[in-house]
Design a protein around this ligand. Structure first.
Ligand SMILES: N[C@@H](CCC[C@H](N)C(=O)O)C(=O)O
Length: 277
């Protein structure tokens, strides 16, 4: 199969983006892993596939695959790249787009500044819906990480996140704890593990060990999850600047029951073609 794609990134969280509106695409987990492979394929944290809308009132559907081949519900940096992609490819002239994802409809908007703002939907804290195994709905919950007690906030931004507060994000145990939290038995769908340093009430520094991809330079849904966790823990006040290893995002949230707004860049690196076995 011959495939045209674009290589894009949002703050260094990188994507192979495929137009499945104008070309026939048949993906398997093996093909996703091959495309994501940084040595034998193109290389990316996630693969994004743009498809025609499957329901009335939305413009497109977009699907997200982690580098490990698994399909997931949501991707914040990907949502910003998706909008730039459909514009650059001439798939639409609309600047505000409603797009169907595995976890519902989100609404990204291409700003005059070139940045993209995305209504990422309403965060969910109910443990069963994250999903997180717990009989308490406390905002801060204890988690035993291979004998180390960790205090996390479990939240879904469409996809699951476990956010902990650390004193110094540069020295945080991301590589050691990340895979243990990702695969913790209390997160039956696995989880993205966030490590947040609070700089002041409007600024955090964040690293995320992503489910199915490992530590990335930035995670959009991770930034949303960290900010809502920080606001619920009364450590932060909206809006919050989130400093990641790949750059900065702005996150705004008016409180429980309200949607999270994320603003940041989306960049096209190059376009390419590849032959898939
Ligand atoms: N990098 C993304 C999140 C991608 C999906 C995540 N790894 C998961 O498995 O839920 C973002 O920017 O949000």
């Amino acid at each position: 199969m011959h495939l045209r794609f674009a290589k894009m990134h949002g703050l260094g969280n990188d994507f192979v983006v495929i137009d499945a509106v104008r070309q026939h695409v048949e993906l398997t987990p093996e093909r996703v892993r091959f495309l994501a492979d940084r040595h034998f394929g193109v290389g990316c944290d996630q693969l994004l596939v743009v498809e025609p809308a499957g329901q009335a009132g939305v413009d497109f559907r977009y699907r997200i695959f982690n580098a490990d081949g698994g399909e997931v519900e949501q991707c914040g940096n990907g949502a910003r790249c998706f909008v730039r992609f459909v514009h650059e490819q001439g798939l639409t002239a609309k600047r505000e787009i409603r797009v169907e994802t595995k976890s519902g409809v989100i609404a990204p908007r291409l700003e005059d500044s070139g940045l993209v703002t995305v209504d990422m939907g309403v965060p969910v804290f109910a443990p069963a819906r994250v999903p997180f195994v717990s009989d308490s709905d406390a905002v801060v919950q204890p988690l035993d990480v291979a004998g180390t007690p960790v205090a996390i906030t479990a939240v879904s931004m469409g996809n699951p996140h476990a956010v902990q507060v650390v004193a110094d994000v540069d020295g945080a145990p991301v590589a050691a704890q990340g895979p243990l939290i990702e695969n913790h038995a209390r997160f039956p769908a696995r989880v993205n593990a966030g490590f947040m340093e609070v700089v002041d009430e409007h600024r955090i520094r964040l690293r995320v060990y992503e489910r199915g991809a490992g530590e990335t330079l930035a995670c959009g849904t991770g930034a949303c999850a960290a900010v809502v966790a920080g606001i619920r823990r009364e450590l932060l006040v909206s809006p919050v600047r989130v400093e990641t290893r790949g750059g900065e995002l702005e996150i705004a949230w008016a409180g429980v029951g309200e949607p999270v707004l994320m603003t940041g860049p989306a960049v096209t690196v190059f376009a390419g073609e590849i032959e898939l076995a």
